[in-house]
Design a binder for this molecule. Structure first.
Ligand code: ADP
Length: 263
């Protein structure tokens, strides 16, 4: 198992947000977390990244409690890409991406030829070669997001945790990033855990989905099982029709306007 979460709870001060979550993620799996706004997805992925101390329960990474890993150990194994936000850092894309190598550098902190090659490849994979000398604070939201993903790839992790990685991206880059994650899983056996709002994209790429509502597991399983009209209607509180994607053997959700609003 890559991750085992057992009765996980989390509270911000006195406000409980996650309640008794139990699930597992297999090695080499693409595992996507869905749920309405405020259901606890970001909180969950931050606890998996060891950025928030859990209030109850346990998280195991590769059968060892997450809290037993040192910061350096974890940095060599787990990469976390936060939601796209403002980035005022004065660094260039290249400088930012190579920071992914920090956990591997010796005491002098100097990058070697291999580190530079990992950075170059990660920049190329994410389609940023043309922008590699540009400052992070001069990029669009989508370009910045891709640079953060490039840094995560450059880190050569066993597990990548991503919080809505495609939210700021145009259609071509959404597919490109999802295809890239699928390739990393296939070629390097890494595990991907991702928060997404895009149920249709998730249906195409996830091996399994976790649907959380109000901090509790509402459903967990393959897309064909979780993407069910009644399950989604209960979770999101709106009318949803599910059919089959014309692009392949995946379920597809269709929103339905309120009766009478479009006539
Ligand atoms: P999601 O990612 O599903 O939108 P979040 O994990 O961001 O949900 O938030 C879950 C709940 O926790 C929300 O009610 C949100 O308002 C609350 N929350 C998030 N961050 C904090 C914080 N730093 N302090 C207090 N409450 C928070």
């Amino acid at each position: 198992m890559a991750i085992r979460v057992n009765k996980l709870s989390y509270a911000y001060r006195r406000t409980p947000v996650l309640h008794d979550l139990t699930f597992e993620v297999a090695r080499g799996e693409c595992f996507i977390v869905l749920g309405p706004n405020g259901s606890g997805k970001t909180t969950l992925i931050k606890t998996l990244a060891n950025l928030l101390p859990v209030s109850g329960g346990d998280i195991f990474f590769r059968d060892r409690p997450l809290k037993r890993y040192s910061r350096g150990d974890l940095a060599r194994r787990v990469a976390y890409v936060a939601q796209a936000g403002i980035d005022d850092s004065p660094f260039s894309v290249k400088e930012m991406v190579i920071m992914g190598r920090t956990p591997y550098l010796g005491v002098l902190g100097v990058e070697g030829r291999t580190d530079l090659e990992f950075a170059r490849q990660a920049i190329e994979y994410t389609g940023l070669s043309r922008l590699s000398n540009r400052r992070m604070n001069s990029l669009s939201g989508g370009e910045r997001q891709r640079a953060h993903i490039a840094r995560a790839i450059c880190q050569q992790p066993q597990l990548i945790l991503l919080d809505e990685p495609t939210a700021a991206l145009d259609l071509a880059h959404q597919i490109r990033i999802m295809d890239l994650m699928a390739t990393l899983i296939k070629d390097q056996g890494i595990t991907v855990v991702m928060v997404s709002h895009d149920i249709n994209l998730a249906a195409m790429y996830a091996d399994r989905l976790l649907l959380i509502v109000d901090g509790r597991v509402a459903a967990c399983g393959p897309p064909a099982q979780v993407i069910d009209e009644q399950t989604l209607a209960r979770a999101y509180g709106c009318h949803i029709l599910v059919d089959r994607s014309p692009a392949g053997p995946w379920p597809r959700v269709n929103l339905v306007p309120k009766e009478g609003s479009r006539t």
